[in-house]
Ligand binder design. Structure first.
Ligand code: NAP
Length: 248
């Protein structure tokens, strides 16, 4: 099987680690990003320096036109996708639900939920054996917040990740006899820039003593679980959610 991976939000953090590991495992990688072109290009350069193949495409997963363009560009430059990592996700400033407005909720639902479902739709149209495809695998990025609820920080974000868990279970069953496996990874608290967008860049260090392993996780530790779920080693695994949380 040709191995073509799309990683949404692959310019930084968990997505960049997944793109690097994916390229090292032999995937031709398309990583998308929203605004930080230099960061995306740096990941592409690093992959190419190690002999891999990668491209970067600017595409806001909160915008359907951008998603269509992301998949078309991948078709043209790398071939049809066989592995989709729905990684792009946002959270907003920490606050209680009583203070959240509709614009914030629209943004977070559009990127974290609608964007993931639309990317999956485009992948299904290319991968499904029912549409003449050769099959494939999808991994969605959930969060331990789906289990814990993120009270006083971002209950809205946690709820989008609960939606991702349910989406994963339903889509896995819908596609199980069409050659597509669908799974999710629920990271705990991982050292990436996402915590700064919540207004607390030092959040991992504040919370790490509450983790049974007494440390935050690294992006590459999450990427390893993603790569396993995408690989043939996980050939009988679908509708599964793997926690990568240090025991949290
Ligand atoms: P991050 O460091 O903030 O990186 C986010 C990535 O997504 C960047 O490449 C960013 O691109 C891209 N992105 C943001 N908004 C986008 C949009 N609308 N369209 C396309 N790309 C977009 O995030 P991370 O911590 O690696 O998180 C990755 C995933 O893991 C997310 O789904 C997150 O919810 C989940 N997660 C993270 C943690 C954690 O502790 N870090 C825990 C649980 C779950 P630009 O660089 O161009 O902005």
């Amino acid at each position: 099987m040709d191995n073509v991976m799309i990683v949404t939000g692959g310019s930084r953090g968990i997505g960049a680690a997944t793109a690097r590991l994916g390229a090292a495992a032999g995937y031709r990688v398309c990583l998308s990003y929203r605004g930080n072109e230099a960061a995306a290009q740096a990941v592409v350069d690093e992959i190419e320096q190690h002999g891999g193949t990668a491209i970067a495409v600017a595409a806001d997963v909160g915008n359907e036109t951008d998603i269509l363009q992301l998949f078309r560009t991948t078709d043209e430059r790398l071939g049809p996708v066989t592995a989709l990592v729905n990684n792009a996700g946002i959270l907003e400033r920490q606050m209680r639900v009583q203070d959240m407005d509709a614009e914030r909720l629209s943004r977070i639902l559009a990127v974290n939920v609608t964007g993931s479902i639309l990317c999956a739709r485009e992948a299904i149209r290319r991968m499904s054996t029912a549409h003449g495809g050769q099959g494939g695998a999808i991994v969605n990025l959930s969060s331990v917040a789906a289990r814990l609820g993120a009270p006083n920080e971002y209950v809205d974000y946690a709820a989008t990740k609960g939606a991702i868990d349910t989406f994963t279970l339903g889509l896995a069953k819908e596609l199980a006899d069409e050659g597509i496996r669908v799974n999710a990874v629920r990271p705990g608290i991982i050292y990436t820039d996402i915590h700064a967008s919540g207004g607390e860049p030092g959040r991992v260090d504040r919370l790490k003593e509450s983790v049974p392993m007494k440390r935050g996780g690294r992006a590459d530790e999450v990427a390893q679980a993603i790569l396993w779920l995408l690989s043939d080693a996980a050939s009988y695994t679908t509708g599964t959610i793997i926690d990568v949380t240090g025991g949290r």
